[in-house]
Design a binder for this molecule. Sequence first.
Ligand code: NAP
Ligand code: MG
Length: 401
Amino acid sequence: MKIQMKTPLVEMDGDEMTRIIWQEIKDKLILPFVDLKTEYYDLGLVHRDETEDKVTLDAAEATKRLGVAVKCATITPNKQRMSEYNLKQMWKSPNGTIRAALDGTVFRAPIIIDSIKPAVKNWKKPITIARHAYGDVYKSVDLKTDEPGVAELVFTGKSGKVQKVVVQDMKGSGVLQGAHNLDSSISSFAHACFKFALDSKQDLWFSTKDTIAKVYDGNFKQIFEDIYEKYYKADFEKNGLEYFYTLIDDAVARVIRSEGGYIWACKNYDGDVMSDMVSTAFGSLAMMTSVLVSPDGKYEYEAAHGTVTKHYYKHLKGETTSTNPMATIFAWSGAFKKRGELDNLPDLVAFGEKLEKASLDTLKEGIMTKDLVSLAEGKTTAVNTNEFITEIAKRLAKELA
Ligand code: NAP
Ligand code: MG
């Protein structure tokens, strides 16, 4: 008998090579073993265009309602895609839309195997980066002046109260920038981080530069501290977990010396930069998982990479590709584990775990896609996507027997 589900997963299909892999994963690794229940949303660009992007909003609403989603990579349209797909409009990034709807924080963690050594020798466990995804320089304004003058920061409150500071009495031409953040967004970020730390039983580190940005970054630090004391401290202590605040430069030094195994919460810019550094140092973008967590505990699992366009064009020409499906498989396994946990279905949780084990075992035996062969030590066999998934399916069937 197949493994049973209670609540459906929100399934968001996507584009290009990852859409092909999506179907293959379902056909070979899921449908033979699970009586799969999903609410299906086609976020492929063609259907987003047909529905004027309503399908993305519907999928986000479904995630709020059902609680757990799994998403395939999707194209974020640019000028070139406008003509390629003859789009009505340059639709926004689905990830941005979903993130805004769920008010969520993105957690990214590498999938680690013994034969691929991180660039940092002492890293033994994954480092998960939590990036605040609202405001700061990403929602800032700037301007350039060509003469000396006085720059001021002016805030006019709804009450009519005005606050003003001099930014600089500028002796010559130069540039200026105005950035902001909101207490509500910082609070959501903090809640998502503390919840995820408890959920995944990992310590939480948070870093800013509050010695320099005393008011701005100081506000981040204070909000985290207040929320920790009020809502999470007791649970952290009960679970033997630590919440630890430090300056960003100190954090960088500690991260490099650490053996991993914690969550590092970063402001928007720090998270952008540090997540690329950490993922590259761990090996490959194709081995990064990503989960969006809302402050009220809704989860959307996906791969961190894109739709792998170059491989898709080869696929269209009839060539077989060696695209790595690991991160997409782990998006599914993560969703099954979470759904099983919420619905109290131990078999579904175990299925997610066995799917991960079968995938890792395949890699351990040296069977891997081309992108990993160049990174791995020891004896390896390069296979195409299809063969790789078939190898995983064999091992999974044994695990489940
Ligand atoms: P990408 O799809 O991540 O691929 C960039 C390159 O990284 C590939 O050409 C490939 O290198 C390598 N790569 C990435 N994932 C791989 C995998 N699973 N297996 C093997 N190699 C992999 O990024 P992109 O080409 O910049 O973007 C393509 C499309 O994806 C764009 O339309 C973008 O909007 C979208 N995108 C979506 C998301 C999302 O939905 N979360 C995220 C990022 C980008 P080689 O060619 O050298 O083999
Ligand atoms: Mg970046």
